[in-house]
Design a protein around this ligand. Structure first.
Ligand SMILES: Nc1nc2c(ncn2[C@@H]2O[C@H](COP(=O)(O)OP(=O)(O)OP(=O)(O)O)[C@@H](O)[C@H]2O)c(=O)[nH]1
Ligand SMILES: [Mg+2]
Length: 431
């Protein structure tokens, strides 16, 4: 018989956790400390108090307990003595490893994926976001149900078990499977609606620009600075989950939309990327990606690598990209920005918070989009049917209005067809 699972209510009391990272052979200690520092930040974001941490030097992961039986018992004793009720591992644990660790230490055990899922569950506000996170959580929990010895149902509230959807439900595996199938089909509709929306925007000549970057890089702050969007920006990881799109004014008046979306992180759980396909697809379909980098962060270069890797997973690696090197107002950040800019393609140093470098960034965006299409406003005599037909075929038209015996057309056209509109333009089209 399958064990039953009861995703629980959020507990009012904060959990105290002990963090466990590993250092592999050949890996410098600072690298292990660096990812553990990020785990600490994730724990803080999830509302957990960190009681202490261990970095275990690991030659080979142990199949049963990840860090080895003796060490696991030692960590458990130390954690319990410090008042921790929870162990959080920086690496993904197999279901059996998590169970064995709980048995050995008597403490509830979570891994990085579960912690990130928990934060997403707290942050998801729209129905799309909630569906996506519920899907990711159910996919995560499903293989763990069979092995559970009732522990999950014994937990009353607390981190790692918060669900956005049917919080009070008792679920068995069959129900979970039905629910997963249902969510998948609902999300398919969401994707179709988004695709339809994108097609409509394209037809009307809007360029789609997407902000990407590591979590906390300043994407929402930049959207607000560029578009006056009023999106919450917060010194927490994953402040933004649901995409927001605003009109972006460019110096050449080319119609463009700017989208702010989920931030990325190292070891972003794969099932989360899959579950958030409907949201993240925006990046793979964008005409241009603006990669926002937090240059005040000592690990900025590793953040860039992590973003690259997620973009590859999303099939967005081939999208044209420019770098917005952010937070140069912070001491030392401008130097780091200069180093990062070396050989990185088109880079613009900015401070989104102080509105510095934004004109340069707008200029760089306009330039990068120029190849995509030239904006035009022309009047063509209604009698010139052949010319009109060709323009309609190749241009993305925003509007078409009849004025006496002339037709006024507004839109964008790929640069290679500029000859079609040149005769009707007072001068060269603005680019
Ligand atoms: N000093 C400084 N801080 C900034 C700048 N831009 C953003 N910040 C701060 O960085 C933190 C994160 O900013 P957000 O705009 O929320 O970052 P985000 O990339 O949207 O983060 P997520 O939505 O969590 O992925 C906030 O505390 C901002 O105030 C900047 O140019 N300079
Ligand atoms: Mg944000």
């Amino acid at each position: 018989m399958d064990r039953r699972l009861r995703p629980c209510e959020v507990s009012a009391a904060a959990d105290a956790a002990w963090l466990v990272g590993v250092q592999r052979p050949g890996e410098p200690e600072w690298a292990a400390r660096d990812t553990l520092a990020e785990l600490r930040e994730l724990a803080r974001t999830a509302g957990v108090i960190v009681a202490g941490e261990t970095i275990a030097r690991l030659r080979e992961p142990d199949a049963a307990t990840w860090i080895g039986r003796g060490r696991a018992e030692g960590v458990g004793r130390e954690a319990a003595a410090a008042g921790a009720t929870l162990l959080i591992f920086d690496d993904d644990l197999a279901p059996a490893q998590a169970r064995n660790l709980e048995d050995l230490t008597g403490l509830r055990t979570l891994d990085r994926t579960q912690l990130i899922l928990d934060i997403f569950a707290q942050r998801a506000h729209t129905s799309e976001g909630r569906l996506q996170i519920e899907l990711a959580q159910l996919e995560y929990l499903r293989p763990r149900l069979r092995h559970s010895r009732g522990r999950l149902e014994q937990q009353r509230g607390g981190i790692g078990l918060r669900g956005p959807g049917e919080t009070q439900l008792e679920m068995d595996r069959r129900r979970i499977d039905r629910r997963i199938a249902r969510i998948r089909s609902e999300l398919e509709h969401v994707r179709e609606r988004r695709e339809e929306l994108r097609r409509g925007r394209r037809r009307h000549g809007w360029a789609l620009v997407c902000l990407v970057g590591y979590t906390n890089a300043g994407k929402s702050t930049l959207l607000n600075a560029l578009c006056g969007a009023g999106v919450p920006a917060d010194d927490r990881l994953f402040a933004t989950l649901d995409p927001t799109t605003r009109r972006l004014e460019l110096p050449n008046h080319q119609p463009a939309l700017l989208t702010d979306t989920v931030g990325f992180i190292r070891k972003l759980p794969h099932r989360l990327i899959e579950a958030f396909q409907a949201t993240l697809e925006e990046t793979a379909r964008a005409d241009l990606l603006v990669h926002v980098v937090d240059c005040a962060h000592p690990a900025a270069d590793r953040h860039i690598e992590a973003v690259d890797s997620v973009l590859r997973d999303l099939g967005a690696a081939d999208r044209p990209r420019i770098f917005a090197l952010n937070k140069i107002d912070v001491p030392g950040a401008a130097d780091r920005a200069r180093r990062l800019a070396h050989g990185a393609g088109r880079c613009v140093p900015i401070s989104a918070a102080r509105h510095e470098g934004l004109d340069e960034l707008r200029g760089a965006i306009a330039e990068a989009l120029r190849d995509r299409g030239l904006p035009f406003e022309i009047e063509v005599p209604a009698a010139e049917g052949r010319a009109l037909a060709l323009i309609r075929e190749h241009a993305a038209l925003q509007s078409e209005t009849m004025q006496n015996d002339r037709i006024r057309l507004v839109g964008t056209i790929p640069a290679r067809y500029r000859a079609l509109i040149a005769p009707y333009h007072p001068s060269e089209p603005e680019a």
